[in-house]
Design a protein around this ligand. Structure first.
Ligand SMILES: [Zn+2]
Length: 178
């Protein structure tokens, strides 16, 4: 079942959401399918904005600080900082462009924060990526595995991707560049 995030309005698959509802004793409960609930993206940004705009309060009445902490913790535990998960997050929030043309376009508008290339990238694509990286001062990383790059980005014959999300780029860089 697909639904809209109460904060950003995006439609995603059910497993990309966290479900928030109110239990019988007034306690906020997470990811139970019973009860009248709302859904939020598994995205720290949406949780932060939910808190700022008091979306949960307007729906459920008073919401404790603890409830927000539990939501934040749940999201963190579901998305450990593994490069493949980070790429998955980027794909779901459409913050990754795939393929050389896409990367080139995004690069021209200054949106790319990190370039990822497959280990088996052909020489000319690798050289192109190295030039782009130098010209635009954007870090370039080679996909280390496990798993092939194509599988990670869910696109056959894809050898290059551009990460447009600052946080995701930084997290991937931290893991793969050190
Ligand atoms: Zn959202």
């Amino acid at each position: 079942m697909e639904r809209h995030c109460v904060v950003c309005g995006r439609i995603r698959d059910a497993h990309d959401f966290i479900r928030v509802s109110k239990g019988q004793k007034g306690r906020i409960i997470l990811n139970e399918t019973s009860g009248d609930g709302i859904v939020l993206c598994r995205d720290p940004d949406c949780v932060r904005r939910a808190r700022e705009t008091r979306v949960l309060e307007s729906r459920f009445g008073a919401v404790t600080e603890d409830a927000y902490l539990r939501i934040a913790r749940k999201i963190r535990s579901a998305t450990p900082d593994k490069p493949a998960n980070l790429v998955g997050m980027g794909l779901r929030s459409r913050k990754i462009v795939l393929g050389r043309t896409g990367v080139e376009q995004a690069m021209r508008s200054g949106k790319v924060r990190l370039i990822l290339i497959s280990r088996d990238t052909q020489k000319h694509t690798r050289e192109w990526a190295e030039t782009q990286s130098r010209m635009h001062h954007i870090p370039l990383v080679s996909w280390p595995g496990p798993g092939s790059f194509e599988d990670v980005v869910h696109k056959a014959n894809c050898r290059v991707a551009g990460i447009m999300d600052e946080g995701i780029a930084e997290a991937i860089g931290k893991i793969l560049l050190t």
